[in-house]
Design a protein around this ligand. Structure first.
Ligand SMILES: [Zn+2]
Length: 218
């Protein structure tokens, strides 16, 4: 029922309505109802649009969060990869000289212990650090002549003997391959060569040959 009293008018026979007021009222009511239907439909549409917008916004936020999570994961993976590459570079092992000839091994020789391996090489051959480490001795010492000791990152100590030139000082930090000095024939030496000793954890010398092999060097 409407404000115009259409329901009451509907119940009256049309032929008593001489002015056509009933018909007008009915038309009015129909227009009002139509208008209300349209209004309700528009409201539903607006609500549906708003609901859809909320869903889209939630999806957008979820996608952004997902992208950020993926980016974070990628950044972390890249950082780990970089750190691993840096660690590998830092812990890389190298032979101290290139193109040398192995001439004498570890063990008893001429009545005394030979605590390293000898590599014949011309005087002046570049000697490099075998890995990342710190110089713990650099100077002349008896039969070794010019000698350099380097303590590496894993505690291993290398000894280079009979050098013609020392280019490092005690306490100096070295990266794999950094210049240590030049090979020579100083001290008790029967010919130009590099005397190499390997002391695991700075303890007693071991045979360098298997150690070099285990470190992928020979
Ligand atoms: Zn030697």
């Amino acid at each position: 029922m409407t404000a115009t009293g259409a329901t009451v008018a509907e119940s009256s026979p049309a032929y008593f309505d001489l002015t056509g007021a009933t018909a007008k009222a009915r038309a009015n009511d129909a227009a009002t109802a139509r208008f209300e239907r349209i209004e309700a439909s528009q409201q539903r549409e607006v609500q549906a649009t708003a609901a859809q917008a909320r869903v889209l916004e939630a999806a957008r936020i979820a996608r952004t969060a997902e992208r950020q999570a993926v980016a974070k994961k990628r950044a972390l993976a890249a950082a780990l990869k970089k750190a691993e590459a840096e660690r590998k570079a830092r812990e890389k092992w190298l032979l101290p000289i290139k193109g040398a000839t192995f001439t004498s091994g570890f063990g008893w020789r001429w009545g005394r212990m030979h605590e390293g391996n000898d590599f014949a090489t011309p005087v002046g051959t570049r000697i490099g650090s075998m890995s990342t480490g710190t110089v713990i001795f650099a100077g002349v010492e008896g039969g070794y002549g010019n000698k350099v000791e380097i303590e590496y990152w894993d505690g291993t100590v290398s000894v280079f003997g009979h050098m013609s030139e020392i280019d490092v000082v005690v306490g100096q930090r070295l990266a794999p391959g950094d210049l240590v000095g030049l090979s020579g024939n100083t001290g008790h030496s029967t010919g130009p060569h590099l005397h190499l000793e390997i002391h695991p954890d700075g303890g007693a010398a071991i045979d360098p040959a298997p150690w070099l092999h285990n470190h992928g060097l020979q």
